[in-house]
Design a protein around this ligand. Structure first.
Ligand SMILES: Nc1nc2c(ncn2[C@@H]2O[C@H](COP(=O)(O)OP(=O)(O)OP(=O)(O)O)[C@@H](O)[C@H]2O)c(=O)[nH]1
Ligand SMILES: [Mg+2]
Length: 413
């Protein structure tokens, strides 16, 4: 059994193409409208893509196609497929529909046999299979079709988790060659993809400062509005004070938002820290000077700024520039659209070099942006936060854990 896609301006024209090329035995298993993409999309009309299955007589390939056949069989049983069969309401299409049903039943038996076999190969593989079958149930927009079904499943899983299709291809295309064909079992592919993802994420690091009164290390937190800058500072401050025994200096340069000063002061009060307030860059310089002999480390909060507001970014830049040897963190929410994240990284790069802190992992299942950002911008990562609880919901990004989740294999522990 083989699968082939046909595109035409209308569904009927696509089906006619299928009949001409594959004959009347071919089965329509999916119909979808496609929108033109790319630079000149507006000049092109929408089209219909019809997926057909046909028997080329090689039963061996049917078995290899089983992983994909499961989802296709499900699609074939949908009202869409029934509607297509109904449209061709002659005897021939009724015969095709009956044949389709018989083939679905036959595939179901084989799918069951295959999953029974897979389940015996251990916990990790069974977890992989169930996670991946979720990916198969909701088809992804594919930019790449692999002949090898396992590679296709891995590609779909990565793309489903928002890894950019071109990055997924970069990783998987290396495996798509004749020399490796015999090696391509699930363990081997998991290992290769895992290693590639871990390498892409690099070696994240947190605040590496040693206690240093007289010359405290300074860290500033910048980023768009509401991403969790102040909450992240509170989490880190609590850790530095309570677990590392450091004297922490807190200064806020956010005098823009109503109650921003009180927000940081509330955390400061709990930890017994007085918060400095900087209305202008010179105040920040003064406040650092005031704190330098009594603090081991100084954390600076800033006002959330839109990456599109050039004036506000220039103002923020003045605050950053006045602090010598400051290390900067850009705080990015994982709930932000990836294209916007790129714009944010780009705009804030004009102000300073920085490491990235990702927040709000608890509000999304898609961690692909982490890998995409590393690949696209080359920026180093630092912390990831996963909830509103101060101080618990923060840790340094763990590349292995992110890779496992992108592979649909859950958390690494
Ligand atoms: N779910 C979730 N919420 C978070 C996380 N981090 C922060 N928040 C929440 O996000 C909201 C905004 O947090 P803030 O720390 O005030 O964000 P900010 O970036 O300082 O905001 P501005 O100073 O106004 O730009 C608050 O309700 C936080 O509790 C996180 O990891 N997960
Ligand atoms: Mg804030």
């Amino acid at each position: 059994m083989k699968i082939k896609k046909f595109t035409a301006p209308t569904e009927l024209e696509a089906i006619e193409k299928i009949r001409q090329e594959l004959g009347t035995e071919a089965l329509v298993i999916n119909v979808r409208k496609t929108q033109p993409r790319g630079l000149f999309a507006f000049l092109r009309k929408p089209a219909v893509e019809v997926t057909a299955a046909y028997d080329d007589g090689s039963d061996k390939e049917v078995l290899e196609d089983l992983a994909r056949a499961e989802s296709q069989a499900k699609i074939a049983a949908t009202p869409q497929a029934a509607a297509v069969a109904a449209k061709n309401s002659d005897f021939e299409s009724m015969a095709n529909a009956a044949q389709l049903e018989a083939q679905i039943a036959e595939k179901d038996d084989r799918i069951k046999m295959l999953s029974d076999m897979l389940l015996t190969t251990g916990d990790m593989l069974s977890r992989a299979q169930s996670q991946m079958s979720v990916a198969r149930q909701s088809p992804v927009e594919r930019e790449r079709i692999y002949q090898n079904n396992l590679l296709q499943i891995f590609y779909d899983t990565l793309v489903q988790n928002q890894v950019s299709p071109h990055i997924a291809q970069e990783i998987l295309d290396d495996l798509d060659n004749d020399q490796l064909k015999s090696k391509l079992d699930i363990n081997f592919i998991v290992k290769v993809v895992y290693n590639s993802l871990v390498k892409l994420i690099g070696s994240p690091s947190g605040l590496l400062a040693e206690p240093s009164k007289g010359n405290p290390q300074k860290f500033a937190f910048i980023g768009p509005t509401g991403v969790g800058k102040t909450t992240t500072i509170a989490k880190l401050t609590a850790d530095l004070c309570l677990n590392r025994g450091m004297d922490v200096g807190l200064i806020t340069a956010d005098t823009y938002r109503i109650a921003a000063i009180e927000q940081l002061k509330t955390y400061g009060d709990i930890l017994g820290i007085e918060v400095g307030v900087a209305y202008k860059p010179e105040d920040l310089e003064q406040s650092i000077d005031d704190n330098k002999n009594i603090c081991d480390i100084i954390l600076i909060d800033t006002a959330g700024r839109s990456h599109k507001n050039v004036e506000n970014l220039a103002e923020l830049s003045e605050f950053i520039k006045i602090v010598p040897d400051v290390e900067v963190f850009l705080v990015l929410s994982l709930t932000t659209k990836y294209e916007d994240m790129l714009g944010i990284v780009d705009s804030f790069s004009q102000i300073a070099d920085f490491k990235i802190i990702f927040t709000k992992m608890d509000e999304t299942d898609s961690l692909g942006a982490i890998v995409n950002i590393c690949h696209q911008t080359g920026k180093k990562l630092s912390y990831i936060t996963f909830g509103q609880n101060v101080p618990d919901d923060i840790k340094t990004v763990a590349p292995g854990e992110v890779a496992m989740r992108l592979l649909g294999l859950g958390e690494e522990d």
